[in-house]
Ligand binder design. Structure first.
Ligand code: AMP
Ligand code: ZN
Length: 113
């Protein structure tokens, strides 16, 4: 899927609303979460829009693989040398609030759960 004009993360990816970007290339963007739940809380998004893993097409899955390959170096450059947690919330029970697939990258402290 291409971009969804009502999606806040598509707007961030398009540069239409600001974000504290820490990494960007043609496939993905990483920016600081506006309400951090850990000392370091980044969000990594694919630039193309899909809401759930269940909606992921071949291009989406290639992008997700690419993101997983890039995240270690992005984490290391953002103070996460000591470790980090990746979280992908899916749907209501997980508390997903933005329906554009994203990976939370959490760390900079001991995560006690
Ligand atoms: P989730 O609950 O997994 O859907 O996570 C959505 C995350 O997006 C939350 O942690 C929000 O704090 C974050 N968020 C929402 N809007 C923005 C924004 N404009 N810039 C940065 N982070 C955002
Ligand atoms: Zn989107």
């Amino acid at each position: 899927m291409t971009n969804d004009k009502n999606c806040i993360f598509c707007k961030i990816a398009a540069g239409e609303i600001p974000a504290a970007k820490v990494y960007e290339d043609d496939k993905m963007l990483v920016f600081k979460d506006i309400e951090p739940k850990a000392k370091v809380h980044l969000l990594a998004i694919p630039k193309t829009h899909f809401a759930y893993l269940a909606e992921m097409d071949k291009e989406g899955s290639e992008t997700v693989k690419y993101m997983l390959e890039k995240i270690p170096e992005i984490a290391a450059k953002n103070g996460l040398e000591n470790g980090y947690r990746l979280v992908i919330n899916q749907g209501a029970d997980a508390g997903q609030t933005v329906f554009h697939l994203h990976m939370h990258i959490l760390g900079g402290q001991t995560l006690d759960w």
